[in-house]
Design a protein around this ligand. Structure first.
Ligand code: NAD
Ligand code: DAU
Length: 351
């Protein structure tokens, strides 16, 4: 029976991953370590909180004593590191916490894993550290071409730089100590439980309340969208069968300009709501500083080596997502309480 230390499991992708693997396997134990920052929410995990194979620990991945104790108490085999500060706009305003959690927190996890897994003969059998990373470490593309695993790191935002820093530390633990690891680099995810600071849930929430839809710059920046469950499937496959020491890109050739996303959401939502949502809500606003123009993933490696492919088309995924937010408006109210409004009012102050 393998025991997984999942970090950041109360956030968007982490929670979806926990639902995914607990449905799929009955012979695993999960320890979910999450600090419960503004984007972590135990409501995301209600369905699994009584599962006897699941334990939640509130805590910080930077806390050496706590992480060491978790390795010992639960005899951890796998680490899947989702825990991060994940929002680019916040990193532009306040980069320090990104260095703290994304780089130093990852190094603390790596060190505790190494100390627990390493014996004189080398690393124990059947252990692995999986770092959940992002295509943003590669920087920005022109009109043509895709990110491959060998694309040089050229991160721009403080968020992307902090993720690149943590990826390099994970690689260093492989190159130096032969720590069994993989890194996955995924494109933009969407789906249930995503915090509404990110484009898609923000647009859905604002449409439902007939509020302005902020579009940065000319609205023609391109992102490569992946339904979150397809990302979860990829992480599971890489954890089970990924070649040790390898990086895998994850994406499904679903590029859209931001304005196309806005228009799709308005038109799909209009099939569902009584009061028409009009395009007059679209407001072009000041561009994000250092805004990457285009992301696009070449997923050939994970397809060819592990047989992964995305099962959900954008049309199906976006309809599921919209329906989920319509069915879970109380969730939306709960997560947008507290500091959420204050954050938007002060978003660019002092930048
Ligand atoms: P999220 O912000 O929704 O969740 C992050 C989780 O980490 C939260 O539950 C938060 O409480 C927890 N956390 C933050 N700091 C912590 C700390 N110091 N100790 C313990 N827990 C802490 O983020 P997400 O969108 O689910 O992203 C998860 C991971 O996937 C991140 O590493 C992100 O870089 C990566 N990623 C995200 C996307 C995307 O489109 N969202 C795409 C590719 C990669
Ligand atoms: O590519 C993977 C990355 O995708 C992840 O590593 C990050 O954690 C995740 O946040 C996401 O980063 P982006 O910056 O691409 O996502 P975001 O939802 O913030 O923005 C998507 C695009 O929409 C981007 O071009 C900026 C634009 N945008 C965003 C917001 C919030 C707007 O035009 N208006 C908005 O209000």
């Amino acid at each position: 029976m393998k025991t997984y230390l999942i970090t950041g499991g109360a956030g968007f992708i982490g929670a979806n991953f926990l639902h995914y693997i607990l449905k799929r396997y009955s012979d695993i134990r999960i320890v979910n370590l999450d600090k419960l920052t503004y984007s972590g929410n135990l409501e995301n995990l209600k369905e699994i909180e009584d599962n006897p194979n699941y334990t939640f620990i509130q805590g910080d991945i930077c806390d050496k004593e706590l992480v060491e104790k978790l390795f010992k108490d639960y005899n951890i085999n796998y680490v899947v590191n989702f825990a991060a500060e994940s929002h680019v706009d916040r990193s532009i305003k306040d980069p320090e916490v990104f260095v703290q959690t994304n780089i130093l927190g990852t190094v603390n996890l790596l060190n505790c894993a190494k100390n627990f897994w390493y014996t004189e003969g080398g690393f124990k059998e059947g252990v692995k550290f999986l770092q959940v990373s992002t295509d943003e470490v590669y920087g920005s593309l022109g009109e043509k071409g895709y990110f491959i695993e060998g694309t040089p790191i050229d991160s721009h935002s403080p968020y992307a730089a902090s993720k690149a820093g943590s990826d390099l530390m994970v690689k260093a633990y492989f190159d130096t100590y032969k720590m069994p690891m993989n890194i996955t680099r995924c494109s933009n995810n969407y789906g249930p439980y995503q915090f509404p600071e990110k484009l898609i849930p923000l647009l859905i929430n604002n449409c439902v309340h007939h509020k302005d839809l902020p579009v940065y710059g000319d609205g023609l920046n391109i992102r490569d969208w992946l339904y979150v469950e397809d990302h979860c499937k990829a992480i599971d496959m890489v954890l089970q069968d990924g070649r040790i020491g390898e990086v895998y890109n994850v994406g499904g050739h679903n590029e859209r300009t931001n304005i196309e996303i806005v228009n799709s959401i308005i038109s799909y939502l209009n099939e569902k709501v009584d009061k028409e949502i009009t395009k007059s809500l679209i407001k072009y606003v000041e561009d994000r500083k250092g805004h990457d123009r285009r992301y696009g993933i070449d997923p050939s490696k994970i397809k060819e080596e592990l047989g992964w492919y995305p099962e959900t088309t954008f049309e199906v995924g976006i309809k599921n997502t919209i329906q989920w937010y319509l069915d879970n408006q109380q969730w939306m109210k709960n997560v947008t309480n507290g500091d959420y409004q204050k954050y938007y009012e002060n978003m660019y102050e002092g930048v």
